[in-house]
Write a protein that binds this ligand. Structure first.
Ligand SMILES: [Zn+2]
Ligand SMILES: [Zn+2]
Length: 178
């Protein structure tokens, strides 16, 4: 498994990158570090949708992956979309180097509920593992509790575990934490 580099993009309410840098190494069997980079988001804002274009921001991450044996995960807190969908929690290059995730819709506050930092962090963790799993070549898994199961809502995310099921672990060639 290759190294993981986390890049925080824009302001975050909580230190997601710091949290993930501690939890991802065990789950992904990879080293993980956080780097500071300024990535301007303004060019990718849609005034019609009041959201940011995920694929365009993902493209900004590519230079950080060039030539190195590592995977990049951009982490942001603004709402992101791809044109065919209302929103996305994240996006990844299947079998590529880069992934992007947003915590925007992972906050309880987004649903009018009191903020729950621990729940938020654990949702972010599942989303991070899911998107990085795609960069490692994994497709969606039918196992309900597998982190690679497709999620369309926070309820779906809350059902999942934060780790790969035995068959996804086998594809990755890492010991299963199931
Ligand atoms: Zn997915
Ligand atoms: Zn699975």
């Amino acid at each position: 498994m290759q190294n993981i580099v986390l890049i925080s993009i824009g302001t975050m309410k909580h230190n997601v990158a710091g949290f993930l840098s501690l939890s991802l190494p065990e789950i992904l069997h990879a080293q993980c570090r956080v780097i500071e980079e300024e990535i301007a988001l303004d060019p990718f804002y849609s005034t019609d949708r009041k959201q940011y274009h995920s694929t365009e921001i993902l493209r900004q991450l590519l230079p950080f992956a060039a030539g190195d044996e590592h995977h990049i995960l951009g982490i942001m807190d603004k709402d992101i979309y791809i044109p065919i969908l209302t929103f996305v929690f994240g996006e990844a290059q299947l079998g590529g180097k880069c992934a992007l995730m947003s915590g925007h819709r992972l906050h309880q506050e987004f649903y009018g509920l009191p903020e729950d930092e621990s729940l938020y962090m654990h949702r972010c963790e599942k989303e991070a593992v899911h998107e990085l799993g795609h960069t490692l070549g994994l497709k969606h898994c039918q196992n309900f509790e597998c982190v690679m199961r497709y999620s369309n809502s926070v309820a779906d995310i809350d059902i999942k575990r934060n780790v790969f099921c035995p068959s996804c672990s086998e594809v990755l060639g890492i010991p299963s934490l199931w």
